[in-house]
Structures are given as structure tokens and as C-alpha cells.
Design a protein around this ligand. Structure first.
Ligand SMILES: Cc1cc2nc3c(=O)[nH]c(=O)nc-3n(C[C@H](O)[C@H](O)[C@H](O)COP(=O)(O)OP(=O)(O)OC[C@H]3O[C@@H](n4cnc5c(N)ncnc54)[C@H](O)[C@@H]3O)c2cc1C
Length: 454
């Protein structure tokens, strides 16, 4: 055993320290394509806060980098190992510690899977709204690390709006508690908000106080077919301008619809250029859907099909959740995540189509349309060097287009390694300098997730 593994093993349970390179190789990277991944020296699985502190203290003493990991479903390379690092897997800190219906909070460890928390909250008539499509596998720690969004954000907002307080182990092993368990609280700088989306670069989340909401009624959805992105974009704008707040408003292009049909035999209409799914979950959901149907027709929808019943509605939402895995089967994919003001959604979609044409590539687009958050997915043959280069150029142009339209290079997946070179373009020199100074305050030796984000 090396000094590092020996020292780590002294404060961890038997079997919690993996060093066999054949086994540790599985922990090298998350689900992002085209990001470098190093070779970890060791992968550890602490089960308590004290054990996490032991790992960080050891890392600081020996000056070894630490890469925190949840379920590794991330799409930016933020959880990728760096050479010689300790991969700190948080999946065994996975208890729901409290569900409190009076204060409407949950206290959880970071390895709890998103859908497990949702199901546990539902048993008490409560909900934890942030719902990434990966919710059956991704962890709350990873969701906090990335500031994850999801399908219901158009009505309920993203992860940062639900994180009230955190316990965080700092790089030197100290335990920091931020935030509150109260409904309100403004004491000091908002370190909780700073930590959400910090991609494991500032501290390791070991406990989170999360806001819960009363469980909404089940959603009822409709599907509307449009002949163009312009018409679909106009419908999205009309719905929002009418003061309606759907619980979901998602858009799939023709490439995505075909891919979903192939994977899930969903029977979605393949003649459409853009398929808009809209759902409401309130008591007046039927009336509101009827109003959306009118607005969609006025914007040029060729067909509007409300779900007949709950089962049909659930099927439409399931179809949307299949979009990424379905497109993944068409070739190697680079998944982009550019958000623009929703009023500019159609310009973004048309711009992506022009880029796809210019580079001779297939780019499927699935969007959280209500948030203006697009996921253009570049599909290519990774064994063809020239095509791969074209794919990378198109990916960059898509980010450039998003910034030109007043948007951001990442709506929810984060910067990680994938978009690190682009961060300066969005933040500007002063913004980037301050972000780097913040990193140095939390982690002066650069132990935590080095080379990611800033
Ligand atoms: C099919 C599919 C669909 C997806 N859909 C969505 C979607 O709708 N919306 C969305 O936002 N994302 C989506 N994602 C991306 C991904 O699921 C999210 O980014 C998710 O939040 C990652 O969680 P994870 O547990 O896998 O974290 P990981 O990928 O393991 O880690 C993500 C980041 O968090 C850090 N981290 C993990 N745990 C901790 C901790 N305890 N303390 C500090 N830092 C930590 C890591 O270092 C890393 O920087 C999707 C991914 C897939 C594969």
C-alpha cells in the first residue's frame, strides 16, 4: 500500500478504499463526451461526515487533488478524475435524515438519488420539484454541484431555489455550515447560493436542507405539432405573454421525435418540424390546456392533441424523458446546453439549423422551451477525424450564437471541462478574476476538483 492509501484506510471502513486500476477505471469520467479524464490513484467511499473530513485532511496534508463524485451522470466532465487524484464518491452517504411537513423541509445526505427523495416526500403529500431527466439515477449532491434544472423548472424553478442550507467539508477538512432551516434568513453573504453550482471546486456537500412544496396534482399534457421553429417559438411566447404558467413546456425537433419513436415505440407524429409538449398541474388544468390549444393554433400549429387521460399524459412526458438516450443511439453525441431569453428561442433554433447545414451534420434539438434552454445534440462519427473536428466547431458556434442572442453557455449542465474555455467569454475578465479569487479563499492549495470550471 502506498502512503496515501494507507493513510486513507486508517480512517475509512474496510472495503472503502479501491486501488485496483481495473476497478477504479470505471470512476474516471462522467457522461460528457470529449473531455479528458485522468487516472485516479484511489477511489474512496466514506459513509459519515467524519470520514469525509478524514479524506480531505489527508489530501491536504499530502497535497493530493480530490474529485467529488455523485452518480457521474454529469454532462460537462466536472466529475472527471485528474491524474493521481482521490476520487471521493459520495454515494454511500445516502440517508434521508428528516422530512418535516410543518417546516416543509427535507434534510438529506448528498448520495440520496433525486427520485428517491421525490418518492419519500410524496408519501407525506409533499414534493421536491427539481427533476432532471436523469432523476432516477442522479444524486442530490450532484444536483447541488451542478445547480441542476429539469422539466418542471418553468413553473417551479431550479435546484438553487430549493437549497436552504448546507453542511460542507472544506479542502482542509473543516466543517462549514451555511444557510438556514427557516423559511426566511438573510444573515451574512449567501454562501449557500455560492456553493450551489460550484461543481465540487469549493467544498464537499455532506448534508443539505432542502425546501419542499405541497405535492401538486398530477399533470395533464397536450402535444402540438408545428411546421416550423418560428411557429413553435411564437406559441411559447404567446403562452407566457398570456400570463399562463405551465408546469412543463418542452420542445422536440423532427430528429428527436424520430429517435424517441425508434427507442420507445411512442407513436409521436413524425411529420412535424417541432413538437411542443405543454402540461398544467393545477385544479384548472383542463381549462388552461384548452387556452394553450387555442394559442398554439393561432401561432400556426397544424395539430393539437390533448391527452385523453392521465396515462396518455404520462406517456407524453415519458417520451420527453427518453430524448437524450434516444439521440445517443444515433452516433457519438456532443450535448450542448445553451439558454437564451425565451423570446429568442426561435432565432436560436433556426440558427442551430443553419449551423448544422453549414457543417453537414445532424443536430437534434430538445429544449426546455419555457426556460429558453436548448440542448442541441451534435451527432457524428467519432472514428472520422474530419467529421469530429466539424462537430467540435459546430458545438462552439452554437455557444457563440447563444451569447449573441443574450444567452448563457450553460443553462443547467455546468461548465466542468467541456466549457471551461468559454467561461471567460461569458463572464469577462473582471468576473473571471473574482471567481478565481473566491476559489482561492475556499481552497488556497487548489485541492478540490482542480482544472474544472474557473
Ligand atoms: C439522460 C440524462 C438526462 C439528463 N437530464 C438533465 C436535466 O434534465 N437537467 C439537468 O440539469 N441535468 C441533466 N442531466 C445531467 C446530470 O444528470 C446532472 O448534471 C446531475 O445534477 C448530475 O448528478 P450526479 O449525481 O450524476 O453528479 P456527478 O455527475 O457525479 O457530479 C456533478 C458535479 O457535482 C459535483 N459533486 C457531486 N457530489 C458532490 C458533493 N457531495 N459535494 C460537492 N460536489 C459534488 C462533482 O464534483 C461534479 O462537479 C442529464 C444527464 C443524463 C445522462
Amino acid at each position: 500500500m502506498s502512503d496515501l492509501t494507507d493513510r486513507l484506510a486508517q480512517g475509512l471502513p474496510p472495503g472503502a478504499v479501491l486501488v485496483d486500476p481495473d476497478v477504479t477505471a470505471a470512476y474516471r469520467h462522467d457522461m460528457a463526451g470529449f473531455c479528458t479524464a485522468g487516472t485516479p490513484a484511489v477511489v474512496v467511499f466514506p459513509e459519515t461526515v467524519e470520514q469525509v473530513q478524514h479524506v480531505l485532511r489527508t489530501a491536504t496534508e499530502l497535497r493530493v487533488p480530490v474529485v467529488p463524485q455523485g452518480a457521474r451522470t454529469g454532462l460537462s466532465g466536472a466529475a472527471n478524475a485528474v491524474d493521481g487524484c482521490i476520487v471521493l464518491s459520495m454515494v454511500k452517504l445516502n440517508r434521508i435524515l428528516e422530512l418535516d411537513p410543518v417546516n416543509r423541509i427535507a434534510v438529506v445526505e448528498p448520495g440520496v438519488v433525486n427520485a428517491e427523495l421525490s418518492r419519500a416526500a410524496a408519501e407525506l403529500g409533499l414534493s421536491y420539484p427539481p427533476d432532471p431527466s436523469s432523476w432516477e439515477s442522479c444524486t442530490i449532491g450532484g444536483n447541488i454541484g451542478t445547480g441542476a434544472g429539469g422539466l418542471c423548472c418553468v413553473k417551479y424553478g431550479v435546484t438553487s431555489e430549493y437549497v436552504l442550507g448546507l453542511d460542507v467539508v472544506l479542502a482542509d477538512g473543516r466543517l462549514l455550515s451555511t444557510g438556514r432551516r427557516t423559511a426566511k434568513g438573510v444573515a451574512g453573504y449567501d454562501l449557500t447560493r455560492l456553493l450551489v453550482g460550484s461543481e465540487g471546486t469549493l467544498g464537499v456537500v455532506v448534508r443539505a436542507v432542502l425546501a419542499l412544496r405541497p405535492a401538486p396534482e398530477p399533470q395533464l399534457a397536450l402535444a402540438a405539432e408545428f411546421p416550423s421553429a418560428d411557429a413553435a417559438g411564437a406559441a411559447v411566447c404567446a403562452v407566457m405573454a398570456a400570463g399562463l404558467t405551465p408546469s412543463l413546456m418542452e420542445l422536440m425537433d423532427a430528429v428527436t421525435v424520430r429517435a424517441v419513436n425508434e427507442l420507445g415505440r411512442m407513436g409521436l407524429p413524425e411529420s412535424t418540424q417541432a413538437l411542443l409538449l405543454v402540461a398544467f398541474d393545477g385544479p384548472d388544468r383542463v381549462d388552461r390546456l384548452a387556452r394553450v390549444a387555442e394559442l398554439c393554433r393561432a401561432a400556426g400549429a397544424t395539430e393539437v392533441v390533448p391527452a385523453d387521460d392521465q396515462a396518455e399524459s404520462d406517456l407524453l412526458l415519458e417520451a420527453r424523458r427518453l430524448a437524450l438516450p434516444a439521440l445517443d443511439r444515433l452516433g457519438t453525441t456532443m450535448i450542448d446546453d445553451v439558454a437564451v431569453p425565451r423570446s429568442r428561442l426561435a432565432e436560436m433554433l433556426n440558427g442551430v439549423a443553419v449551423i448544422a447545414e453549414r457543417y453537414g451534420l445532424t443536430i437534434g434539438v430538445v429544449s426546455h422551451a419555457g426556460d429558453g434552454n436548448t440542448h442541441p445534440i451534435v451527432i457524428f462519427d467519432a472514428s472520422d477525424e474530419e467529421e469530429t473536428a466539424r462537430a467540435q466547431h459546430s458545438f462552439d458556434e452554437i455557444m457563440g450564437l447563444g451569447l449573441e442572442l443574450g444567452g448563457t453557455i450553460t443553462g443547467e449542465h455546468g461548465v466542468g471541462l467541456l466549457k471551461r474555455d468559454w467561461l471567460a467569454r461569458e463572464l469577462g475578465p473582471v468576473g473571471l478574476e473574482l471567481q478565481r479569487q473566491l476559489k482561492a479563499v475556499f481552497d488556497p492549495l487548489g485541492i478540490l476538483n482542480p482544472g474544472k470550471m474557473v
